[in-house]
Write a protein that binds this ligand. Structure first.
Ligand SMILES: [Zn+2]
Length: 393
């Protein structure tokens, strides 16, 4: 398989080539380490002949059992990384010899179900792959030709021909939460947060991906990747804005730090246990209220309102369990002590919104530099809060 990458400008190449190379190395490390640490039972790697010795040394040092599954195979199915014609070994590995034997048998028998289990792939994604791939189709989400906003960078596999990805499998959808979870577990194996951030930054780029007649084309704002398809059916998908961008954050990490701070703060509040639903004003993708609701024992109802119809579309797609509507926060003044209100505030200096209820995040500047804060208040205090915001906005 030949893969060519073309950068749009000299500046784009200067900035993004090192990040892409770093991301390839980071993913490769995370994928292998996740098996060494027992997060997944087995892994599979296509190892160029020149790297076999180093691979074997790593496997021995990590106490892993390895087995050659095929020699110089053309990449297909779940893993594609090596050029056609390159001498390479497809090697299965795991901590348990029995698992590796089962892997070899499943690989030889093309038992995708068993392979998915051994590799630790989410059930939903294995089922989707088993249902669609043999029919020469990708899952419906990959054939729509519409822009998907609110995707998680973790589920972006459209740059896999470059070796940049955050999950080892094909997610059933760009919005598959099981895949997001699985990616977080695997990326935890990386040495530094910086590696995770850089990998997710590459995967956060909007990408227009198509396979037509066996030719893959993935276009990002900074580079275009062309490749032979690895047996992949024709499809088109456009990933637009990742979830953190829908929520006005510069990076996935900035969003998850801000959200964690609010979840923790809500938890520590004396009245936290009194609330039986979560109302999210300025809900964006709905992630924050879903998290707060999920941490309540037994779960609670949640939903929200946002003035942006696009954001509400994303919230509906990502959180079918919640209730979402387009509207204005001011309409939600009400006297209900059983509701916990989450208020996401954009571009208002934190000192204007009352220090007691602000759980912002200390960004160095730019989008995250204290101009967007998320916080929670009891709904009974909401009239006052909303009035304040409206005045500031
Ligand atoms: Zn899935």
């Amino acid at each position: 398989m030949s893969v060519t990458t073309q950068y749009r400008t000299v500046e784009a190449e200067r900035e993004w080539r090192p990040r892409v190379e770093q991301a390839v190395a980071a993913w490769r490390g995370a994928e292998r380490e996740s098996v060494a640490r027992g997060i997944r039972r087995c892994g599979l790697d296509v190892v160029p002949i020149g790297e076999v010795e180093a691979f074997s040394a790593w496997a021995v040092a990590s106490d892993l059992v390895t087995q050659i599954l095929s020699v110089q195979a053309a990449p297909e199915g779940y893993s594609a990384r090596v050029r056609h014609g390159a001498s390479a070994l497809r090697i299965g590995y795991g901590r348990d010899a029995n698992d590796v034997r089962r892997l070899a048998a499943a690989y030889a028998g093309r038992d995708d179900d068993e392979l998915g289990r051994l590799f630790g792939f989410p059930r939903c994604c294995v089922e989707s792959f088993c249902n669609w791939w043999p029919c020469g189709r990708t899952a419906p989400d990959y054939g729509r030709g519409v822009v998907v906003d609110g995707f998680f960078p973790h589920t972006n596999i459209q740059l896999r021909h470059l070796g940049v990805r955050a999950v080892p499998h094909l997610p059933c959808s760009p919005l598959c939460r099981e895949s997001e979870r699985s990616a977080e577990d695997i990326l935890d194996c990386l040495e530094t947060r910086r590696d995770v951030d850089d990998l997710l930054a590459v995967l956060s780029l909007p990408v227009d991906y198509s396979v037509v007649g066996g030719v893959v084309r993935a276009e990002t704002p900074h580079f275009t990747v062309a490749s032979d398809a690895d047996g992949e059916p024709d499809c088109q998908i456009m990933l637009g804005r990742p979830e953190h961008a829908v929520n006005g954050f510069s990076s996935w990490r900035a969003m998850s730090e801000a959200h964690s701070a609010v979840v923790v703060a809500a938890h520590r509040d004396d009245h936290y246990n009194d609330f039986d639903s979560v109302l999210d004003l300025g809900c964006g993708s709905g992630r924050l209220s879903r998290l707060v609701a999920a941490y309540k024992p037994g779960g609670v109802q949640y939903g929200g309102v946002d003035s942006s119809p696009d954001a509400v579309d994303v919230a509906r797609a990502l959180n079918p369990g919640g209730g979402w509507s387009v509207g204005d926060a001011i309409d939600y003044r009400r006297d209900d002590n059983r509701q916990l209100a989450l208020v996401a505030v954009s571009r208002i200096p934190p000192y204007l919104v009352g220090p007691a209820v602000v759980y912002g995040y200390p960004g160095p500047g730019g989008v995250d530099g204290g101009t967007t804060v998320a916080r929670y208040v009891p709904v009974s205090q909401l009239a006052e809060e909303v009035a304040l915001e409206t005045t500031c906005a």
